[in-house]
Design a protein around this ligand. Sequence first.
Ligand code: ADP
Ligand code: MG
Length: 264
Amino acid sequence: MKHEPQHLFEQASPAVMADKELMISLSNVQKWYGDYHALRDINFDVYKGERIVVCGPSGSGKSTMIRCINRLEEHHKGQILVEGIELNDNLENLEQVRCEVGMVFQHFNLFPHMSVLENLILAPTIVRKMPVKEATELAMMYLERVHMVAKAHSYPGQLSGGQQQRIAIARALCMKPRIMLFDEPTSALDPEMVKEVLEVMVELANDGMTMVCVTHEMGFAKTVADRVVFMDQGQIIEENNPEDFFAHPQHERTRDFLSQVLSH
Ligand SMILES: Nc1ncnc2c1ncn2[C@@H]1O[C@H](COP(=O)(O)OP(=O)(O)O)[C@@H](O)[C@H]1O
Ligand SMILES: [Mg+2]
């Protein structure tokens, strides 16, 4: 494995599951792209404070599944509930869910013509109708949290990939989400920048954020995840706590995948 920053994660503590509040629930979810059956009967629950890592080969449906959780993609069959709100054609439901769910992508998607601070206050002022002063204070607080206060007035193009991704995380947090989804947040980064982004994610995990992370950073999965979910060909093949997932993968496909990602 390229990055094995185990020491990074020593402070990660198990999620508190006492209240077992169901945050995300997918039941019998199916999705097609044209004729292509991209999600095949997905059943998947996430409780408050859980940290889930989703892994699997390219094209297995990982992005499709997490994008369905805030309806960036529509599912065709089955049911998706986010904090008990059903995702369907009801736009009010969608708006409510989008306010609760923050998302971080592989490519940071910051607006290049806006400063870091302007990027951060955009959604809170427009979507949440927050006064600029309050949104700015909030933005500075989250910049502090991702250790980027000094770059508040820089433009994205002046920042490294790792710094831009930390800004993208701060931007998502400015909407005060109760759930954070990450879709391969470190896979477009140079290796030396992966650590700084993972550190920010570990800090978030330690704060009790409910997180679903698609990532191939198996060091992160081993030490931070409460559960690892393995997908292949549009299905969840197996899921388990990280110790058992890595020590005793049940399926041939999981073993093949792990031998590939853990061997380099
Ligand atoms: N917008 C789309 N239109 C058609 N096919 C798509 C689209 N998005 C994804 N797919 C296909 O669906 C499958 C799953 O894709 P994706 O969820 O992106 O996989 P992963 O994130 O695991 O790499 C792939 O075969 C991909 O080519
Ligand atoms: Mg993907």
